[in-house]
Write a protein that binds this ligand. Structure first.
Ligand code: GAP
Length: 450
């Protein structure tokens, strides 16, 4: 279904996924806060990425470098000179626009004439230490990549990795974007998941193609629909100053196709620049050829917030349900903020001790919510809307047979499971086992429908 951005933003606010930053003071544009459910979703995205990129690979190590870096970094990387967008100002309403977001030199808002474009650097400046002068000026990093390049020799020396190998990092980045909007799509503070993959120069193309495939598959494995993903090659004139070639993985967001992740071939640009500016040897000794070389770099660079927006958009669904509409997030279980809801059929005193015991056992293993307010139907709907894959219901039969019902979010089908088998069963179902596979003593439960 075509997802409406307003509905998504409203769900995110209503259910505690994402709030406007500094809302009580009127908000801070293009900055967002992740609420109790949003923070879980974001953590799950980052964990899924880290697991597949670092934990499950022999050729990758992790890093967490600081946001503030020596100013020379940004001179060497070219960001001081080139990380800029052409900016035009409307002579009537004084709004500022990125030149590529305008047509015929007219203001997209009021139609007024625009000034000639002038370059505007996107890096946020701050001061290091107590003196606020030019010498104390530093930048908030606009990408995490440079923290990796300046640590290349440290990582190589301490891990003894041989080419090809990569360094992966997740962290915040800051850009003083001129045109923002579309919710969390383009913000001034955001989080990146970046890989710098170092290879022998003559294998760069092979690895570039490998990472394009690999990264698309990651999104597909986590449930994004194939028809909502596509690849787009950058034209010569849009290539970043460091890139030899670049492809965007684009996603069909509510506002249309746009970049979800970029995969660039950065050649030896960064290592060359940092070697020259620092005077340090950043070459790699190739034991096969007995020569020193500067590796080439393939860089798959993803935004956590954009990934969150893509996963939320893809998961959002509405379907008729009696006289109402059932809104649900069909999130992959690995991404769902809450994995299991424990719901006593009612607040009847007889049910509560058992429901509490079940809750205590389940929450040790999975992020779990306990909810006993309002009818069971309403509680199922609440869980559907936040994407909880499974709800566990304790009813009056549970007191007699020591079994509970597991209801699946997407199909609303239910199975009855002995309490002793509950945690193991949930574990299997969350890792993809079909609901039809019953645990020992389990059975289909047709007692009540969602
Ligand atoms: N180191 C490479 C690099 O920074 P980029 O294409 O500018 O490349 C990589 O950024 C990814 O970071 C983008 O594909 C996007 O997912 C995310 N990103 C970039 N700017 C963003 C912004 N202002 N708000 C949210 N995400 C952003």
């Amino acid at each position: 279904m075509k997802v409406d951005m307003d509905k998504l933003v409203s769900l995110c606010k209503r259910r505690g996924f994402i709030f406007q930053s500094s809302e009580i003071y009127g908000g801070l544009s293009a900055c967002w806060d992740y609420g109790p459910l949003g923070v879980e979703l974001k953590r799950n995205i980052k964990e899924a990425w880290w697991r597949s990129i670092v934990q499950e690979r022999d050729d990758m190590v992790g890093l967490d470098s600081s946001i503030l870096m020596h100013r020379a970094t940004w001179a060497a990387s070219g960001h001081e000179e080139s990380f800029a967008d052409p900016l035009m100002e409307c002579k009537s309403c004084h709004q500022r626009w990125r030149a590529n977001d305008t047509k015929d030199s007219r203001c997209p808002d009021c139609g007024g004439a625009l000034t000639e474009p002038r370059m505007f650097n996107l890096m946020f400046k701050t001061f290091f230490g107590p003196v606020e002068d030019e010498a104390a000026t530093l930048y908030l990093r606009p990408e995490t990549a440079q923290g990796i390049f300046v640590n290349f020799a440290n990582v190589m020396d301490t891990t003894r990795k041989k080419l090809p190998f990569g360094i992966a990092q997740i962290g915040k980045a800051f850009r003083n974007e001129i045109t923002t909007g579309n919710f969390i799509f383009r913000t001034r503070e955001f989080e990146m998941m970046e890989i710098e993959f170092f290879v022998k120069p003559d294998t760069a193309e092979e690895w570039f193609n490998y990472w394009i495939e690999e990264r698309q598959n990651w999104y597909l494995k986590l449930g994004l629909k194939k028809e909502n993903l596509r690849l787009r090659q950058h034209a010569e004139e849009e290539l970043a100053h460091y890139a030899r070639t670049c492809y965007d993985i684009e996603y069909l967001f509510p506002m249309g196709w746009a970049e979800l992740e970029g995969i660039a071939d950065r050649s030896d640009f960064d290592l060359t620049q940092h070697a020259q500016h620092s005077g340090k040897d950043l070459s790699y000794y190739d034991p096969d050829t007995k020569e020193r070389i500067l590796p080439y770099v393939i860089e798959p660079s993803a935004g956590v917030d954009r990934a969150a927006l893509a996963f939320l958009t893809d998961a959002y669904d509405e379907e008729p349900d009696k006289d109402e509409i059932r809104v649900l997030l069909r999130l992959h279980p690995d991404l769902a903020p809450v994995k299991v809801a424990v719901l006593p059929l009612s607040r009847n005193e007889a049910l509560i001790p058992m429901a509490r015991d079940v809750y205590a056992a389940v929450r040790k293993c999975f992020t779990t919510q306990y909810d006993d307010a309002q009818s069971i139907g309403r509680r199922y709907r609440r869980q559907d809307e936040i994407g909880t894959p499974f709800s566990v219901t304790i009813d009056f039969d549970s007191l007699k047979d020591n079994a509970v019902t597991i209801r699946e979010r997407d199909s609303m089908k239910q199975i009855r499971v002995p309490v002793a088998e509950l945690v193991r069963t949930l574990e299997l179902k969350l890792s993809g086992e079909p609901l039809e596979v019953l645990p020992p003593g389990g059975k289909y439960w047709l007692g009540f429908e969602g």
